[in-house]
Design a binder for this molecule. Structure first.
Ligand code: NAD
Ligand code: HSO
Ligand code: ZN
Length: 443
């Protein structure tokens, strides 16, 4: 197979536009199939969840075994290598520290004028579900990234949903990570049926108001269809990355990092964008050797991405052109390979995360650095942010006006109300209010 190579300066506008496309851009085939799945869960609850687990996950789950039990947690703990548990504790600790640092004050108030107080109260959302994928991998790291900020934010009893495996069980490390995070409500339901379960609630799965976490197009399509009933949280579909490398980069190292996100699935996207022909060539030459060190399935995913229309190597005429491409693409993950990576920080406006330097590969961000690795996909990094404690919190405005403050504000409110034509609004800040007080006092 031939790795896709683009000489950017010689592409026409439509070819440049095509490079910006992701698989998530067209969800229509998934939306069509997901509608009936959602309807079945709404009507049949747990029975439908068990049936879909059998059908889509080849998992023999019965209606009485959808919730993980304390015995399941204990068995998972026994099954997982103790060295992996230590690693998950280390990574979880970094993720927790990062998100604790993100927490805002729970309230603020400002005296706008004498006797006029305004501020905000910040509270956790009362019910949130975390989606933890399983299929083209198992993702205990996604438990860390979704459940730990929920706990830090103070969400009472967060819920985890995840597809069961062919043994009818939840991935053992996923359960261990849930326990490390402090989450006990874990349910065996994934894909569109899992999203529908938390949107409507079933006999076993509680209804939630919000769902966070990444997933396949089945999950993304269900979130989209259920968005009126369930806050779908920040968008997080198939993984995508750009490695931006200038002429000071080592092409072989850049290639190693290009392969990281290319192996998630055939629907992922991954580009090396460089202004250096030597870096591009070194990366191109290195990739086949790296594929030899990967499993057949991961090579299939990676080569589908890098040899197809949503991945490969882009050679630009200048580094400015490379940076412009990054900003137009707005990748989920961006890693900068350069001797002076900080020089580029101020020039990047659109990316879910910016990892600086050749010692900060995306997998370090995925697992262990601390910032959240659930990041905006499908160009939503133009306007959206990484998952964080703010996604589990909401603001309520607070106001308090004393008698003195009222005298200052009332004439302004009355003038506005009269202009907008709202009689009751105007009356409530007129002489009628003084009269109502006086009449009330004499009662
Ligand atoms: N953006 C991020 O932060 C991030 C993080 C981790 C993973 N990811 C992405 O999440 C995705 C995980 O995908 P996955 O497949 O491993 O797990 P998944 O849990 O998202 O999807 C698997 C589920 O899809 C459903 N499904 C599969 N085939 C189906 C069919 N034919 N009909 C109906 N439903 C079907 C099943 O219910 C199955 O349980 C990947 O695309 C990966 O790149 C993103
Ligand atoms: N790259 C994913 C986010 O796009 C996160 C992840 C978890 N495990 C492996 N990778
Ligand atoms: Zn990854």
């Amino acid at each position: 197979m031939k790795i896709s190579f683009y000489s950017y300066g010689s592409l026409d506008e439509s070819q440049k536009e095509a490079l910006l496309e992701r698989t998530e851009g067209d969800l229509s085939p998934f939306i069509e199939k997901v509608g009936p799945i959602i309807e079945a869960v709404r009507k049949q609850g747990d029975t439908a969840l068990a049936r879909f687990a059998n059908e889509f996950d080849k998992s023999p789950v019965t209606v009485d075994a959808i919730a993980a039990t304390p015995a399941d947690f204990d068995a998972a703990h026994d099954a997982v290598d103790s060295a992996l548990i230590e690693v998950m504790e280390f990574c979880s600790d970094n993720v927790r520290q990062f998100h604790e640092a993100q927490m805002p004050e729970s309230m603020w108030m400002k005296e706008m004028h004498p006797g006029v107080f305004a501020g905000e109260k910040i509270v956790p959302i009362q019910s949130v579900a975390c989606y933890v994928p399983r299929g083209k991998g198992s993702f205990p790291s996604v438990v860390m990234m979704t459940a730990i900020p929920a706990v830090v934010a103070g969400v009472p009893e967060p819920v985890i949903i995840t597809p069961p495996g062919p043994d009818g069980k939840i991935d053992a490390a996923t359960l261990v990570a849930a326990r490390i995070a402090g989450v006990e409500r874990v349910f065996k339901c994934g894909g569109a049926q899992g999203v529908a379960a938390v949107a409507y609630g079933t006999e076993t799965v509680p209804r939630c108001r919000k769902i966070v976490g990444p997933g396949s197009p089945w999950v993304v399509a269900a979130k989209r269809l259920l968005a009126d009933r369930l806050d779908p949280g920040p968008p997080a579909g198939p993984s995508e990355s750009i490695i931006l490398a200038d002429e000071t980069a080592n092409g072989r190292v850049a290639a190693l990092d290009l392969l990281i996100e290319s192996e998630h699935g055939p629907d992922s996207s991954a580009y090396l964008v460089t202004n250096s022909e030597a870096v591009a060539q070194a990366a191109m030459d290195a990739i086949p050797g790296y594929w030899e060190k990967m499993s057949a399935q991961r090579v299939e995913f990676s080569s589908t991405v890098l040899c197809g229309p949503r991945g490969g190597i882009i050679l630009t005429d200048t580094i400015e052109q490379a940076i412009d491409f990054v900003n137009a693409y707005a990748p989920e993950h961006l890693q900068v390979h350069a001797k002076e990576p900080h020089d580029y920080l101020g020039l990047i406006h659109n990316a879910g995360e910016i990892l600086l330097g050749e010692h900060t590969p995306i997998c370090i961000g995925n697992f262990t650095l601390g910032p959240n690795a659930v990041l905006p996909t499908n160009a939503s990094a133009h306007t959206r942010s990484p998952l964080g404690v703010h996604d589990y919190l909401k603001l309520m405005s607070i106001g308090h006006v004393t008698r003195k403050g009222y005298q200052k504000l009332a004439p302004y409110a009355r003038k506005m109300a009269l202009y907008e034509g709202f009689d009751a609004h105007a009356n409530a800040v007129s002489q009628m209010r003084t009269e109502a007080f006086e009449a009330g006092q004499s009662d």
